[in-house]
Ligand binder design. Structure first.
Ligand code: SF4
Ligand code: SF4
Length: 367
């Protein structure tokens, strides 16, 4: 079932050769066509197919990519129960929660709501303009899941409950993006960029949300009952920041670059460098139960684990020195343990930070 693992570097599209650059360019073009509706126009194509908008077409294509990619992943790694269950979970959440439920809601005339996406990944769930379009129960759900559910689940189970089991972005990365996981950079420069970039996006998400909420709090209504900003200057700044976030983070980083760079920089470009929800999950993961345990003196330094870590973690460095670890970036995909020929690694949820007869304290590296 592991056949093909070592062919990764002989396949041109998986090793940054011309076909990989062409595929990347094609993904860029497709994403630009969706986000900016540039000619020939996805809106027209969607209409020709009898769909109500280009975003329905996008949802269909995205879901198909996860189903087909999931089939590929299961063929390759389905001998592991962990990978069977989490891949089926990712496909289920995409098909049911991310695609079908919002579409059915729209068919019944209400605004679609995705139960499997939380603030700040879905930043508009905290925008007043959205809040008042949803029933109060959905707003309560959005706030409770983001502010209470996410921290509790992450402390108990690590980031993996979301990034590798539920999230749509993670779903595409783990399925259609699977062939490119080894392309993630393991350099210290990439790690420093990750630290700076992901926390900058998180700060930007918090600032943007705060500005929009404060601006709404400062408004008043005129004689006709219309919404009027009390401070025109503040209103202009809040609108500008909101627009910049939408363009840079939502359109460019999560879509165009996040997926377009799969064939060149690996399948977790968005998740590793830019996702503000991943930044929050990582902070809670540091204090939670999840860790990767290393069996003492078993590692033969083959490097499979580091090569196939999609988050750029040098797992081998921990294994060689018999150090179990927690890393904020780790999405708990479990591939490092799966490809290890010596069974050195184990993903665990345990409160105790000690192991073995000598009660060795597990070090918690950097993030
Ligand atoms: S360390 Fe292992 S479980 Fe964590 S992201 Fe890397 S490959 Fe996946
Ligand atoms: S895959 Fe296993 S044996 Fe190979 S370097 Fe990693 S921990 Fe060591």
């Amino acid at each position: 079932m592991q056949a093909g693992l070592l062919k990764t570097f002989t396949n041109p599209v998986q090793s940054r050769r011309a076909t990989a650059w062409l595929l990347s360019a094609a993904l860029f073009v497709v994403y630009f066509m969706f986000y900016f509706n540039i000619p020939p126009g996805m809106e027209g194509l969607a209409a020709a197919l009898g769909l109500d908008s280009r975003w329905t077409l996008y949802g269909i294509l995205y879901t198909i990519a996860i189903i087909v990619g999931g089939g590929f992943f299961l063929k390759r790694h389905g001998n592991s129960r962990y990978h069977r269950v989490r891949t089926i979970s990712l496909m289920f959440f995409q098909i049911v929660f991310a695609f079908s439920i919002p579409m059915v809601m729209e068919l019944f005339g209400s605004k679609g709501f995705t139960f499997s996406i939380f603030w700040p990944l879905k930043i508009d769930y905290f925008y007043p303009s959205n809040i008042f379009e949803y029933p109060v129960l959905l707003i309560v759900y959005a706030f409770v899941t983001a502010l209470i559910g996410v921290p509790i689940m992450t402390i108990l189970f690590g980031k993996r409950w979301y990034c590798s089991w539920m999230c749509g972005c993670g779903g595409l990365a783990e399925t259609a993006g699977e062939p490119f996981r080894h392309l993630t950079s393991k350099s210290s420069g990439a790690w420093r960029f990750e630290q700076a970039a992901i926390h900058s996006v998180l700060v930007l998400a918090i600032v943007t949300t705060a500005l929009v909420l404060i601006n709404w709090g400062l408004h008043h209504t005129n004689g006709q009952g219309e919404w009027v900003a009390s401070y025109a200057g503040f209103d202009a700044v809040a609108s500008k920041v909101q627009g910049v976030y939408q363009f840079i983070v939502v359109a460019m980083l999560s879509g165009v670059l996040g997926v377009g760079l799969y064939p060149l920089m690996g399948n977790r470009v968005w998740c590793r460098y830019f996702c503000p929800l991943a930044a929050i999950l990582g902070l809670f993961q540091k204090f939670g139960r999840f860790r990767i345990t290393v069996k003492d003196d078993m590692c033969i330094s083959c490097g499979n684990c580091s090569t196939y870590c999609e988050m750029g973690i040098d797992v081998r460095a921990y294994a060689q020195t018999n150090v179990s670890f927690k890393r904020a970036a780790c999405v708990g995909c479990g591939i490092c343990a799966h490809v290890c020929p010596r069974g050195v690694l184990k993903l665990e949820n345990k409160w105790d930070f000690r192991q073995g007869p000598d009660q060795k304290v597990i070090k918690i590296f950097d993030m």
